[in-house]
Write a protein that binds this ligand. Structure first.
Ligand code: SF4
Length: 459
């Protein structure tokens, strides 16, 4: 496809709309102008011209940009949707945080449903957003100084076929571990000045349980003074990860350090799928991990992925039922999202897979019948079937960290390789980011300068 626009600001936004559709125009051109409160968008799609005029009240630059983007995307969506006879579940919305947009509308005193209908979002998705906002009541808090602490453990037992994360199999990277833990300890000892109102701590991966007990103990010990001194919310999560690395010792260690929540991530309960995605465990290991954890009383989060390997909707539904039977407090249903690093992308054309929408629809039927409500959601680029990832929770078991991250309402103080710290200036509606190096060796070598730069960043 050849695409040109005279408005550089809109280039990527409009390409995102084009990418929603399976069919694409061969030649697309766009021009934009604004005169006396009217937004003029003209498109030429394979030689046919379409012109639109939309009125919008503009009070500042930010509002102008928002409307400029909104009208251009909506009009292009309408053209392509009519031409190709396809409607998208989220209409012309291409952003990854629909709930954040809903909150923004509400803050301006407007019902978000009006905007979502205008952008042609499907009614069941509007209801989904309503339910999520309702589930977040009492957790959602937009206040400068709220902070979550994230500790990155980018090590895994093996690399899953669909994974585009920087993690590498631990047998290839374990020689970095001692120095990596030294660097983490240094970082954690340096951040007390930057912690505001600490709402949660999250040790994520990778697979934190890929570490040996003594290695994990070093991480927990380094976090401990921060957690005890600053955390009124007392939510402390360890994304333990794959069930094949669960041991009694590691679970007891978490309990000793006051961890309140763990993640057991099977992704599927089908042994055939687990083998195809490169996992070295079976569903029996998942049940064993649950049994082992039961006596510690952690809240448990479980992850499932719709669209793995050649799963049919029936196989996926079975996994949803099995996840429910485990009694997990949270079940997050992800849709396969393929990035360039993922091996499966080279092997299959999953973007065409319509099964995913059926799978998502079945999870949205099964989970509410079993007392789960949706409480956070996000979308990704290259998301198969244009669906969304939804976290479901049993009553009063929502994970604060997940809500803060998805709604971007709190600072994120992130340590470790590939960790991205965020500062959220709620009044100004501004978010700034500071990323540490992805590569383990470079991260370890640069830890002192990372500490200095982050201190500046949080000043
Ligand atoms: S366990 Fe998670 S982070 Fe590790 S390789 Fe698999 S998908 Fe990637």
């Amino acid at each position: 496809m050849t695409f040109t626009t005279d408005c550089a600001f809109l280039e990527n936004e409009l390409l995102d709309v084009v990418r929603l559709f399976k069919r694409r125009p061969e030649i697309l051109t766009h021009s934009f102008r604004f005169e006396e409160g009217v937004f003029f968008n003209t498109f030429s799609v394979d030689g046919n011209e379409y012109s639109f005029q939309d009125k919008g009240q503009v009070c500042d630059e930010l509002q102008f940009k928002r409307l400029e983007r909104r009208f251009a995307k909506l009009r292009l969506y309408e053209i392509l949707s009519n031409l190709y006879g396809e409607k998208m579940p989220w209409g012309a919305l291409t952003g990854i945080r629909p709930t954040k947009l809903a909150y923004m509308e509400l803050e301006q005193g407007k019902p978000f449903e009006e905007l979502f209908r205008r952008m042609q979002v499907r009614e069941d998705n509007i209801r989904l957003v309503e339910e999520i906002l309702c589930a977040q009541e009492g957790i959602y808090e937009k206040k400068d100084g709220n902070t979550d602490l994230f500790v990155s453990i980018p090590f895994c037992p093996t690399k899953c076929a669909y994974c585009s994360f920087i993690t590498a199999p631990i047998d290839k990277t374990k020689h970095f571990l001692p120095a990596y833990l030294d660097a983490l300890e240094k970082e954690l000892a340096s951040v007390s000045d930057s912690v505001g109102n600490l709402r949660s701590v999250y040790i994520g991966g990778g697979t934190p349980f890929a570490l040996e007990t003594e290695e994990l103990a070093r991480v927990l010990k380094a976090i401990d003074p921060l957690y005890r001194a600053y955390s009124p919310a007392r939510e402390y999560t360890v994304e333990a990860g794959r069930p094949d690395v669960f041991t009694e010792d590691k679970l007891a260690l978490l309990k000793d350090y006051g961890v309140t929540r763990i993640c057991i991530n099977p992704q599927s309960f089908s042994d055939d799928t687990l083998q195809k995605i490169g996992r070295k465990h079976t569903s029996a290991d998942v049940y064993r991990a649950f049994e082992m954890s039961a006596k510690y009383g952690f809240d448990v989060n479980v992850d499932l992925i719709a669209g793995l390997a050649d799963e049919t909707p029936a196989v996926f539904e079975e996994s949803v039922h099995k996840a429910v039977e485990t009694g997990a407090d949270n079940i997050t249903v992800h849709c396969l999202s393929l990035k360039s690093g993922a091996k499966l992308k080279e092997e299959t054309d999953y973007l065409e897979n319509d099964f995913i929408s059926t799978m998502v629809a079945s999870s949205r039927e099964i989970l509410p019948k079993n007392e789960y409500v949706p409480y956070y959601m996000y979308r990704q680029k290259y998301q198969v079937g244009n669906n969304e990832n939804v976290g479901w929770t049993k009553p009063n078991k929502a994970c604060v960290y997940n809500v803060d991250i998805m709604e971007e309402t709190a600072d994120n103080l992130a340590v470790g390789a590939n960790a991205v710290s965020k500062r959220v200036f709620t009044e100004k509606g501004l978010i700034t980011r500071f990323a540490s190096q992805k590569d383990l060796k470079t991260y370890i070598e640069n830890v002192d300068s990372i500490i200095e730069k982050r201190r500046e960043f949080f000043k």
